[in-house]
Design a protein around this ligand. Structure first.
Ligand code: ATP
Ligand code: FE2
Length: 326
């Protein structure tokens, strides 16, 4: 069975094609980068509407397929920014009608988990999902993916991006902060905000800006922000693993591309005799392949949707989905 999946929860429009036997056949994307300032949802949505048709053609070409080879269309139903979600959903509905194939809307966070399970060989991991808009620790329990801990304010990536903007590092600052941190060596005092199983990041950003105004080096600030935030994530992930008895940890989301985060989680896992799994970077960031793959998995487990079920859900929670495929 071959599924074409469309991702469009935030700044990235991605199209992927997955074959239930052969795996991922295509994965193409185009990220909207605002000319200045932060991401404006409607501008990103217009970008998605502009690029989706050429990306569908490009994905088909990459897979060596024609439209009639597609058996199912899937798309990211949520969570995400309303206008962006609607661009992806509209394209998916048009394709489903035009090709006369079924349609399935999937949960974006669960897509991160399932592409990780499919491509890294882990079986039953706790997932640390660290992206721009989301920061959650998720594990399978009692028929659903449950959220054991999460951010109480912004996603870690959004905090890094906002901090980067304030420090003049440009948009999508995670990779820049990672590079700067390599040159930092002084651990500055920042609030360590773990509350039970949850974390919070906005106070760290405010404190980092104060340190900058006091004249501390950008490198030391970047280093300290990473060490503090990643230690918080390692702590709640470890507690979730202990709580639900998982001996595997899977990373997902754009921030999981960060080498230092990977090191710290690997160390935590190693110390408790567990194993860490990390998908290829192109499957960590938002991508269409994971949406196509989850569409496939859900359809084959018997899930069916009609057009009325394709309304987008900006606040679509991970634990709302009954996991029929495990
Ligand atoms: P979601 O819709 O799942 O919340 P997203 O729209 O934020 O995802 P992703 O591609 O998953 O998109 O993640 C993007 C985030 O990852 C950005 O905030 C970016 O700064 C951050 N990021 C990317 N690379 C790195 C890195 N090397 N280190 C830290 N952060 C990174
Ligand atoms: Fe994501």
């Amino acid at each position: 069975m071959i599924t074409l999946g469309i991702e469009g929860t935030a700044h990235t429009l991605g199209v992927g094609i997955a074959d239930s036997d052969a795996g991922i056949l295509a994965n193409v994307l185009d990220m909207y980068r605002p000319p200045q300032g932060g991401l404006h949802p409607r501008e990103a949505a217009n970008h998605h509407a502009d690029v989706v048709a050429p990306l569908v053609s490009k994905a088909l070409e990459e897979a060596g397929l024609s439209p009639k080879d597609i058996d199912l269309i899937s798309f990211s139903k949520g969570p995400g920014l309303g206008p962006c979600l609607r661009s992806a959903a509209t394209a998916a509905r048009a394709l489903s009608c035009g090709l006369e194939v079924p349609i399935i809307g999937v949960n974006h966070c669960i897509a991160h988990i399932e592409i990780g399970r499919a491509t890294t060989g882990c079986r039953d991991p706790a997932l640390l999902y660290a992206s721009g808009g989301n920061t959650q620790v998720i594990a399978f329990s009692n028929g659903r993916y449950r959220i054991f801990g999460e951010t109480l304010d912004v996603g870690i990536g959004n905090m890094l991006d906002k901090l980067g903007r304030e420090l003049g590092l440009g948009f999508y600052a995670g990779p820049t902060i990672e590079k700067l941190a390599l040159e930092g060596d002084k651990l500055l005092d920042l609030p360590y905000s773990v509350k039970g199983m949850d974390v919070a990041f906005s106070g760290i950003m405010t404190a980092a800006l104060v340190l900058y105004k006091k004249g501390h080096r950008l490198e030391d600030i970047a280093y300290s922000v990473q060490e503090t935030c990643f230690a918080m994530l390692a702590e709640v992930t470890e507690r979730a693993m202990a709580h639900v008895g998982k001996d595997e940890v899977l990373l997902g989301g754009g921030v999981a591309q960060n080498t230092r985060l990977r090191e710290m989680i690997a160390e935590m896992a190693h110390e408790r005799g567990a194993e860490m799994f990390c998908p290829d970077r192109r499957f960590c960031m938002d991508n269409g392949a994971m949406i196509a793959w989850l569409g496939n998995v859900m359809y084959q487990s018997g899930v069916r949707m009609d057009m009325a079920d394709t309304v987008v859900e900006q606040r679509f929670r991970t634990d709302e989905v009954e996991v029929s495929w495990r």
